[in-house]
Design a binder for this molecule. Structure first.
Ligand code: SF4
Length: 175
């Protein structure tokens, strides 16, 4: 290896080999973390609301995170502590509602995928069963939602919506 790298001294080769080993170890660790903790979620973007200015200053939703039965219209969904067990705060839009159904037929809606980094707790809950998500939701019962009220105040502490639509893979990866 020393010859192949053209090093005069073996110490130089050892030095670079150690760096290479550390770099590889860090890359493997990062890849492992991504495989374990990163998921993707489908998001609808309402271009019309953006271009018409209707979405300016939070006037109208323009980003819709698909939670399965409904959408989260909170722009910073990733920061919501209830994202895995949605407490249906004022940012929640049921698909069956008038506005939810209109969205399905509206022109200018674009679909995209957004990456979501899970905490270890969330990943374990997601890999477990509904009971694990229920435990997570119970722990957050007194934590305010981005809309203001806590799940307890909303009465959704036990009737939360588990996020089942998270994809296992990264975009372009295998499922
Ligand atoms: S609790 Fe509110 S902000 Fe959080 S995911 Fe549900 S709708 Fe979105």
């Amino acid at each position: 290896m020393q010859q192949w790298l053209g090093h005069k001294h073996a110490a130089s080769t050892r030095h670079y080999a150690a760096i290479l080993q550390r770099t590889l170890a860090a890359a493997y660790k990062k890849a492992d973390y991504f495989a374990r903790n990163v998921r993707t979620i489908e998001v609808l973007i309402d271009r019309e609301s953006i271009l018409s200015g209707a979405a300016a200053d939070g006037g109208q939703p323009w980003k819709y995170y698909d939670l399965g039965d409904g959408y989260c219209t909170y722009d910073f969904f990733a920061k919501c502590p209830h994202r895995l067990a949605c407490a249906r705060c004022p940012f929640y839009l049921p698909k069956q509602s008038h506005a939810g159904q209109l969205l399905a037929v509206k022109e200018g809606i674009e679909q995209m995928l957004e990456q979501l980094e899970l905490t270890d707790d969330e990943r374990q809950a997601l890999e477990g069963d509904r009971d694990a998500v229920a435990t997570l939701a119970a722990r957050l019962a007194d934590t305010p939602t981005p809309g203001g009220p806590t799940p307890k105040e909303l009465g959704t502490g036990v009737a939360f919506i588990p996020l089942t639509t998270l994809r296992d893979s990264l975009p372009g990866g295998s499922s």
